[in-house]
Design a binder for this molecule. Structure first.
Ligand code: NAD
Length: 278
């Protein structure tokens, strides 16, 4: 079985660089899908209050027979709970739904810059959760450089991660630079752009050379760039395929070719404009 590298976050907490994402996994299928990932060897699961499937993740971790401390679990605050007290209560509900005493990582899911609650207020609630020892690390998701700068200026704890959309068609160099400057790790969501990049001729060509699949090449590109990733699939073969990315290396030339595919193309919403509350 492959050994997954870990990354040390800015507070010393260690996170497996490859995990399993459960966005769009129906709640009734989540326990099974997560158990499959844990069987294959994944030790990092990315869920969110918005996905409605935290319960299945918690059940799978318990049924897997693994120690809770051996599985890194992330969840995220739902839009609509950004007020300080709401965020604290929503966090506690996440713990209860998962059936855990502590989360490994908890994120503000979206900055929601257009709503009347400032994300700095929301962040103070996450700082409180962290200080109480209820989450080992806290971070943000979908924060743009301007959001990050304000958050850092106006609060005490620097986020451990920023989880943003990244793939070969959206390399996000500006956000990456801002994160690097502040020691914030990058988590790349939709790492294969939900499949969109897999038939790109440059990527399929590189895959052929390495006797790997296009998905494996793109996931490997992320790993070598230092991104933390958690591709999603409910098909066991693909869950296995996405795990087999530590037995080859992309030379600098291939890395550069893939990075040059950037076209600033998002598959998801633009965080500067997204203010949706469920
Ligand atoms: P992804 O890039 O992981 O793609 C998933 C899709 O690709 C699925 O439809 C799957 O069937 C297909 N796929 C997976 N492996 C494949 C393979 N080897 N070959 C061919 N097709 C394959 O996209 P995603 O699910 O949107 O993102 C991954 C995770 O990121 C999510 O599950 C979630 O945890 C997280 N996420 C976070 C946010 C956020 O706002 N923070 C947004 C979206 C996703």
């Amino acid at each position: 079985m492959s050994t997954v590298p870990t990354i040390d976050l800015n507070n010393g907490v260690s996170i497996p660089q490859l995990g399993f994402g459960v966005y769009q996994v129906p709640p009734e299928d989540t326990k099974e899908a997560t158990l499959t990932a844990l069987e294959v060897g994944y030790r990092h699961i990315d869920t969110a209050q918005m996905y409605g499937n935290e319960k299945g993740v918690g059940e799978a971790v318990r049924e897997s027979g693994l120690d809770r401390s051996d599985v890194f679990v992330t969840s995220k605050l739902n839009n609509g709970f950004h007020a300080y007290e709401d965020a604290i209560a929503a966090f506690d509900l996440s713990l209860e739904t998962l059936g855990f005493d502590q989360l490994d990582l908890f994120l503000i899911h979206w900055p929601l810059p257009g709503i009347d609650i400032d994300f700095v207020e929301t962040w103070k609630a996450l700082e409180e959760v962290y200080r109480a020892g209820k989450a080992k690390a806290i971070g943000v998701s979908n924060f743009q450089p301007t959001h990050l700068r304000r958050l850092i200026q106006e609060s005490e704890i620097v986020p451990a991660v920023n989880q943003i959309e990244v793939h070969p068609y959206l390399t996000q160099e500006d956000v990456r630079a801002e994160c690097t400057e502040h020691g914030i790790a990058i988590e790349a969501w939709s790492p294969i752009a939900q499949g969109l990049v897999l038939d790109n001729p440059a990527i399929t060509g590189i895959a052929k050379e390495h006797d790997k699949t296009a998905a494996q090449v793109v996931l490997r590109w992320h790993i070598q760039r230092g991104d933390i990733i958690f591709p999603k699939s409910v098909t066991r073969e693909r869950v296995e395929e996405n795990f087999e990315i530590f037995d080859f290396e992309l030379p600098d030339g291939d890395m550069g070719l893939i990075t040059a595919l950037n076209q600033d193309q998002r598959t998801g919403p633009n965080p500067d404009e997204f203010n949706w509350i469920p």
